[in-house]
Design a protein around this ligand. Structure first.
Ligand SMILES: [Zn+2]
Ligand SMILES: [Zn+2]
Length: 142
């Protein structure tokens, strides 16, 4: 399934009577337009370069609210910082064990997994671990 884009998400929120501050709109747009999975700190740095005057607590609150609404996903990794995903649809991830970078894995096999089983799949979380391209290069040069 295709992820919802920024315009579509904001239109749905407005239709439900949800109004967002410019800061919240910025965060939503940022997550919906990136293929990356930033931490709250990274989003905090980006928004302060772009708009300024927003606290880390506000960034966390906004991310929490969006995740509760189901328009983004929070990916938690135990004691490591959570990462945030603008793609709210089910998909798997490739996680770099060295730098923590996360890439999406698009696989039609995964969405077809429950076919014929009688189960109706509601959600899944699948992660593949290894080294990203950058880290493979630095592993060789070391
Ligand atoms: Zn890496
Ligand atoms: Zn993702």
């Amino acid at each position: 399934m295709q992820r919802s884009g920024y315009q579509q998400t904001i239109a749905e929120l407005r239709a439900n009577g949800v109004r967002l501050t410019p800061q919240r709109q910025w965060i939503l747009r940022y997550l919906k337009e990136t293929e990356e999975h930033p931490t709250a700190d990274e989003i905090f740095r980006e928004i302060n370069q772009a708009l300024g005057g927003i606290s880390l607590a506000t960034v966390y609150n906004t991310l929490h609210t969006f995740a509760e609404m189901g328009i983004i996903r929070e990916l938690s990794y135990g004691d490591k910082l959570s990462r945030y995903d603008g793609n709210e649809k089910e998909h798997a991830h490739f996680v770099c064990e060295s730098c923590g970078q996360i890439a999406n894995v698009e696989s039609p096999v995964l969405s077809g997994v429950s076919t014929g089983s009688g189960f109706q799949m509601r959600s899944y979380r699948i992660e593949f671990y290894g080294l990203c391209e950058d880290c493979q290069v630095s592993a060789k040069t070391c």
